[in-house]
Design a protein around this ligand. Structure first.
Ligand SMILES: [Zn+2]
Length: 332
C-alpha cells in the first residue's frame, strides 16, 4: 500500500488527542492576533523564527515567550477556539487538553476566570462533533507548593470537565518525592494523575512517577527503552505512554535518549515499545511549536515501519485510555 493511501485511510478515522498543551497549540497567525491585542505587531515570519529551536531549553524559552501574551481570559478563549478549529481538521472528536495553570498562577492570574472563558469558547464545538476535557498542569521547576496551588485551583473551579492533575516543565529540576502531597491531594479530589517523565530524564523518573505519584499515564516516557523490567511493568499494568515523536525530534529528547547527534524519526523507539505490549497514545504535544499535526504523527509512525493495522490499533487506544467515559464511548 502506498504511504498516501495508508495516511488517507488513517486520516479518515475519528481520533482522540490525549497529550496536547493549549499554550503550545497557538498557530503563528493566532500568535500575531494575540500580540497585536497587546500592542505588539509581529509578522508570521517572526513568530516562526521564535518557534525555531534545537533543544529543550530553547523550547522552554519559546513557550515562556508566547505565554507572556496570555494575559486576559479572552486571550485564552481566542486560543482555545483556534485549537478547536485545528483539531477538527485532524478529525479529532475528543481531546484531553493540558492547561498550564502553574504559569497562570505565576503571573498572578485567576485560573477560574481563564477556565470559564475557555469553557465558553469550546462548548459550541460540541455540536460540531468535538468534545474537550481538561488537565490542570503544574510546572515542576516552580516547586511543590506551586503544584499544590494548581490542585487547589482545580478544586475551586469545581468542574466535572477537569479530569486530571499533571506536571510538565523541567523534568530534571526538583526531585519527584517533593510532589507527593500535591498528587495525594489530587487523588483525594478524585482527579486522575499523570506526569511528564522519561522525556529527557532516565527510566528512574518513570518509576518514580508510578511509585511515588501514582501516575496513570506517562507523558513521553521514551526513556523506558533503557529498562526492560520497566517495560514489562508498563505492559503488565497497562500504563500508557503518551508518545509524541515530532516533539521528541524537535526538542532533542530523541537524540538525547539515543545518544546520537543526527537522529532521524525512523529511529524512534515507538515500535519497540508498542511491540513490547505497552499501551501507546500517539500525540502532538505542542503542535504549533513543533510544526506538526496528529496526521503527521501517524505518518511519522508509518515511517517507523508500523503497519496499517497497528496504526488503527493506536487510534483505538487513544479512546481506550481516555480518562473520561465521554472519551471512551465517543468513537463514532
Ligand atoms: Zn507535553
Amino acid at each position: 500500500m502506498t504511504s498516501s493511501l495508508l495516511s488517507s485511510r488513517i486520516a479518515s478515522l475519528p481520533k482522540a488527542e490525549l497529550h496536547l498543551h493549549l499554550e503550545g497549540s497557538i498557530q503563528p497567525a493566532t500568535v500575531c492576533a494575540l500580540t497585536a491585542q497587546h500592542g505588539v505587531v509581529m509578522t508570521e515570519e517572526e513568530v516562526r523564527w521564535r518557534y525555531a529551536y534545537r533543544d529543550f531549553p530553547g523550547f522552554i524559552e519559546a513557550f515562556k515567550w508566547v505565554t507572556s501574551f496570555l494575559r486576559e481570559p479572552e486571550d485564552y478563549a481566542l486560543i482555545a477556539r483556534d485549537l478547536g478549529e485545528h483539531l477538527l481538521t485532524q478529525n479529532v472528536v475528543y481531546a484531553e487538553v493540558t492547561l498550564s495553570i502553574g504559569v497562570m498562577l505565576l503571573r498572578k492570574q485567576q485560573p477560574e476566570a481563564n477556565f470559564e472563558a475557555i469553557l465558553r469558547a469550546t462548548k459550541p464545538l460540541e455540536s460540531r462533533g468535538l468534545r474537550f476535557r481538561w488537565i490542570f498542569d503544574a510546572a515542576r521547576q516552580f516547586g511543590a507548593d506551586a503544584a499544590l496551588e494548581v490542585v487547589e485551583s482545580a478544586r475551586r473551579c469545581d468542574s466535572k470537565e477537569i479530569l486530571a492533575f499533571g506536571m510538565g516543565g523541567d523534568e530534571l529540576s526538583i526531585p519527584t518525592e517533593a510532589f507527593r502531597p500535591a498528587y495525594e491531594k489530587a487523588a483525594e479530589l478524585g482527579l486522575h494523575r499523570l506526569t511528564h517523565a522519561g522525556e529527557v530524564g532516565g527510566p528512574e523518573k518513570i518509576r518514580e512517577a508510578i511509585d511515588l505519584l501514582g501516575a496513570e499515564r506517562i507523558g513521553h516516557g521514551i526513556a523506558a527503552i533503557h529498562d526492560p523490567a520497566l517495560m514489562d511493568l508498563l505492559a503488565e499494568r497497562r500504563i500508557p505512554l503518551e508518545v509524541c515523536p515530532g516533539s521528541n525530534l524537535k526538542t532533542g529528547a530523541l537524540a538525547l535518549q539515543l545518544q546520537e547527534e543526527a537522529v532521524r524519526i525512523e529511529k524512534h523507539p515507538l515500535p519497540k515499545l508498542l511491540h513490547h505490549g505497552i499501551p501507546i497514545v500517539l500525540s502532538t504535544d505542542d503542535p504549533a511549536m513543533f510544526h506538526t499535526t496528529l496526521h503527521a504523527e501517524y505518518e511519522n509512525a508509518a515511517r517507523m515501519g508500523l503497519l496499517e493495522a497497528e496504526l488503527a490499533r493506536i487510534v483505538e487506544m487513544g479512546f481506550q485510555y481516555a480518562f473520561s467515559s465521554a472519551g471512551q464511548t465517543h468513537r463514532s
